[in-house]
Design a protein around this ligand. Structure first.
Ligand SMILES: Nc1ncnc2c1ncn2[C@@H]1O[C@H](COP(=O)(O)OP(=O)(O)OP(=O)(O)O)[C@@H](O)[C@H]1O
Ligand SMILES: [Mg+2]
Length: 330
């Protein structure tokens, strides 16, 4: 039987933004892999490096102000060393991104149907007319009602929910193998959020894509993901299958996130918050970045960067207290 290759391999990825005053160490040695068709949620507080990691998968950075190191392979291509033309082909056709605010993806003065048609025509070398046909099919796929009429709308004429669907259509226009969804529902109200989540889950299954879904919300992760990667201060501090991770978090930060989420908590249990604030990315503390907020921290936590501990296959945590935790749960 042929061995399936991972679709995404990220090894020791670091991204630093350099300005005259400071260096922001936004991503610090991130590792993860994804198999084709897998759905991974990336969780973590604001500023933990989720969006920067997503952008690195498409090499979307101002080259002058950022320093990227490590290795990013997507569908067998070495993203950080691709030529500009190969990179343009990668974007859209292999990896595609949907953003929190769809207005940023669309040109406000061009009809949405024409924008999608243009992308299709460019990537596939077909006529604008063919591109419009594909745009209509895509609008049907993402269940935009009265699709033919909506193709002629300007972005501001669509409601928030429809605009988000139109952006998903745009992102799917060249059949990407990997869809990056960076908090695609946070700007929407709750019922529309759920509809968009259901839509993304259906599309993922129908099209067999891999999806990385960025969210603050563990409840959303539980609904949509196979696996979760938890980020803290630019590092992936824990990964694992979503159900195992929620039932038995290994890293104290993941445990804190779980205790502060409303999802699946008994009603009489009080929600806790994690004390303190995330560190300043210009001046990270030594050793484990979570140590200053961690109730389990001791002197050895700040001695060095915590190694990746794999207590059982498929699970990983960067915390030197993990072996003890396993004993506690056993
Ligand atoms: N272009 C940039 N120049 C300088 N610093 C940046 C740039 N982009 C991001 N950063 C910094 O990098 C860090 C990580 O940012 P990132 O946007 O990845 O966070 P995030 O986890 O996506 O947060 P949120 O949940 O708020 O979207 C932050 O400290 C941010 O200020
Ligand atoms: Mg972000």
């Amino acid at each position: 039987m042929p061995v399936t290759e991972p679709l995404v391999e990220v090894e020791d990825l670091s991204v630093t933004f350099v300005s005259r005053e400071s260096e922001v160490r936004a991503v610090n040695g991130v590792n993860f892999t994804m198999m084709p068709g897998e759905v991974m949620c990336m969780l973590g507080e604001s500023g933990s490096g989720k969006s920067v990691t997503m952008r690195a998968l498409m090499r979307l950075f101002p080259p002058k102000r950022s320093v990227i190191s490590g290795r990013v392979r997507v569908a067998g291509q070495d993203v950080l060393s691709l030529s500009d033309s190969a990179l343009r082909r990668l974007r859209g056709a292999t990896v595609s991104m949907i953003f929190q605010e769809p207005m940023t993806a669309f040109d406000p003065v061009v009809r949405v149907g024409d924008q999608i048609a243009e992308v299709v025509a460019l990537h596939r070398g077909v006529s604008h007319r063919e591109g419009r046909k594909r745009a209509l099919d895509l609008f049907d796929l993402v269940r935009i009602p009265s699709a033919a009429r909506r193709l002629d709308a300007y972005p501001h004429e669509l409601s928030g929910g429809l605009r988000q669907r139109a952006m998903i259509a745009l992102a799917l226009s060249c059949d990407p193998k990997l869809l990056l969804a960076d908090e695609p529902t946070t700007a929407l109200d709750a019922t529309v959020q759920i509809q968009v989540l259901i839509l993304l889950r259906r599309l993922q299954k129908e099209l067999g894509m891999s999806v990385i879904f960025v969210t603050h919300d563990l409840g959303v992760a539980a609904e949509i993901a196979d696996r979760v990667a938890v980020m803290y201060a630019g590092r992936v501090v824990e990964t694992g299958p979503v159900r195992d991770l929620m039932r038995n978090p290994l890293h104290p930060y993941t445990a804190g996130l779980l205790a502060s989420t409303v999802h699946d908590q008994p009603r009489d249990r009080e929600l806790e918050t994690i004390p303190g604030a995330p560190p300043d990315m210009r001046n990270l503390p030594p050793g484990c970045s979570f140590a200053p907020r961690c109730s389990l921290s001791a002197a050895d936590c700040t001695a060095g960067t915590p190694p990746a501990i794999v207590p059982v296959p498929g699970r990983l945590a960067r915390c030197i207290r993990v072996p003890g935790q396993i004993a506690e749960y056993a």
